[in-house]
Ligand binder design. Structure first.
Ligand SMILES: Cc1ncc(COP(=O)(O)OP(=O)(O)O)c(N)n1
Ligand SMILES: Cc1nc(C(=O)O)sc1CCOP(=O)(O)O
Ligand SMILES: [Mg+2]
Length: 226
């Protein structure tokens, strides 16, 4: 059977891709060019990227699409998969490698339809406890984003802090899907998240807001180089 362009690109091991997962958009880059921040972070060891253009000053419409397209170009050049947050239409327009949706987003769509619509592409779903993780598995998720691990100022509507123990509870409850922790993760905090059973860490501010995103990403990738 002939593969779609996205299927052909997405041939790697998802657990490997999830190791250092950068999530960001222009509001997270401190006024710098997001493409330059992304390029530096990839050089430091980022393995997967999610375009999340959200928060104060987030671009809309054509500007948003154009930025997504530029960031997609950086990812393609580096061989890093490109995921779009929330916006199914943008993901399709850009021919992204996948989509990430949360529990609140899921409520808006027919779940089977969502999996079908992104057949052959990566589908990431957020989960905040083992019951939500099981539901995400039923929806056909390829990976889970489990959070918040620690306090975060980046997402004002984040749930209460769950901590790495929540990942351990998911694993103990039989959730074997590839999984990343998210929320307030620093290089120091990453160790407990990985020790609890995560395949990787998803990070916004500790990389995209760092003075030196390359060095910040390098610090997150260190545990995987040992
Ligand atoms: C990898 C990853 N995990 C969780 C989230 C959060 O998704 P969601 O709950 O839909 O919140 P928003 O990011 O849309 O504000 C994520 N984006 N990525
Ligand atoms: C986007 C997001 N989702 C979360 C969840 O708990 O699902 S926490 C969060 C914000 C992550 O940003 P930072 O790394 O700057 O804390
Ligand atoms: Mg969402």
């Amino acid at each position: 059977m002939t593969k779609t362009a996205a299927e052909a690109r997405y041939t790697g091991n998802l657990r490997e891709m999830l190791k250092v997962y950068l999530v960001m958009g222009s509001p997270n880059c401190g006024g710098r060019d997001p493409a330059a921040v992304l390029q530096a972070a990839i050089e430091g060891g980022v393995t997967l990227f999610q375009f999340r253009e959200k928060g104060p000053g987030a671009l809309q419409g054509q500007e948003r699409t154009e930025l997504g397209n530029r960031l997609l170009g950086v990812c393609r050049q580096a061989g890093i998969p490109f995921i779009v947050n929330d916006d199914l239409r943008l993901a399709e327009e850009l021919e992204a490698d996948g989509i990430h949706v949360g529990q609140e987003d899921l409520a808006q769509w027919d779940r089977e339809g969502l999996r079908q619509r992104f057949k052959g592409r990566i589908l990431g779903i957020s989960a905040h406890d083992p019951a939500e993780a099981r539901e995400a598995v039923r929806c056909g998720a390829d990976y889970l984003g489990a959070g918040p691990m620690y306090a975060t100022a980046t997402k004002p509507d984040a749930r209460a802090v769950q901590g790495p123990g929540m990942i351990a509870a998911m694993r103990a409850g039989g959730i074997s899907l590839p999984l990343v922790g998210i929320g307030g993760i620093t290089p120091e905090g990453a160790a407990s998240v990985l020790a609890a059973g995560a395949d990787g860490v998803a990070v916004i501010s500790a990389i995209s807001g760092a003075d030196d995103p390359r060095e910040a990403a390098r610090r997150f990738s260190r545990p995987f180089r040992r």
